[in-house]
Design a protein around this ligand. Structure first.
Ligand code: MN3
Length: 215
């Protein structure tokens, strides 16, 4: 063991244990290359996503939130100034799990027929949907998320700030794109639009999106 490794081992503090665990990625961390690099995906999952879970575990310890689901916590704390830290970390934990589960290794878009019909009805085409989602994701000032949701029986594109989620507006989230800088800076630098276009064109698991619409 090198001295640097020894220092790291001694310095490493155990993460607060608690009810929430970091879900594994649905694919190996290099499976999204070349659109998203192995290093960027690993950092995103192992450092960013994990930090929200660890922080949340610390915040909910000894509170009634410790026995609730992430979704229940999000709905219970949205807009509550005194619960902002819990909301932010629960929201980010949920959003990241949902984001990673929305992706698959790069390939052409395969749209299940029922979803294709809904997209055609509400947007005209998949290209129009992804172009609107790109536009709103790029227009979101600062950190946030681009979303495809179902609201009142209609598919809609929207975006949220920071840790916010369409769950608290009564919409059903179907797909999300992480537009926090940490999601794209390593691979795309400041080019958020190039990242959005590449991910939406090649990495979306439309079977998963269709399953969310059905449930
Ligand atoms: Mn992120």
């Amino acid at each position: 063991m090198s001295s640097a490794q020894r220092v790291e081992k001694v310095a490493a503090k155990p993460a607060p244990s608690g009810p929430f665990e970091l879900p594994p990625l649905p694919w190996p961390s290099n499976a999204l290359e070349p659109v998203l690099s192995n290093g960027a995906v690993e950092l995103h999952h192992q450092k960013h996503h994990r930090a929200y879970i660890d922080k949340l575990n610390g915040l909910v310890a000894g509170t009634p939130y410790a026995s609730q689901s992430l979704k229940e916590i999000i709905l219970a704390t949205a807009g509550e100034k005194s619960r902002e830290a819990i909301f932010n970390n629960a929201g980010q934990a949920w959003n990241h799990t949902f984001f990673f589960a929305s992706l698959k290794p790069a390939g052409p878009a395969h749209l299940p027929p029922r979803l294709a019909a809904r997209i055609e009805k509400d947007f005209g085409s998949l290209e129009k949907l992804t172009s609107e989602l790109t536009k709103q994701s790029v227009a979101r000032f600062g950190s946030g998320w681009g979303w495809l949701v179902e609201k009142d029986g209609k598919l809609e594109v929207t975006s949220t700030s920071n840790a916010e989620s369409p769950l608290s507006t009564g919409a059903t989230p179907l797909l999300t794109l992480d537009v926090w800088e940490h999601a794209y800076y390593l691979d795309y630098h400041e080019k958020r639009e190039a990242y959005a276009r590449a991910v939406l064109a090649t990495l979306v698991n439309w079977d998963v999106v269709a399953g969310r619409l059905a449930s």
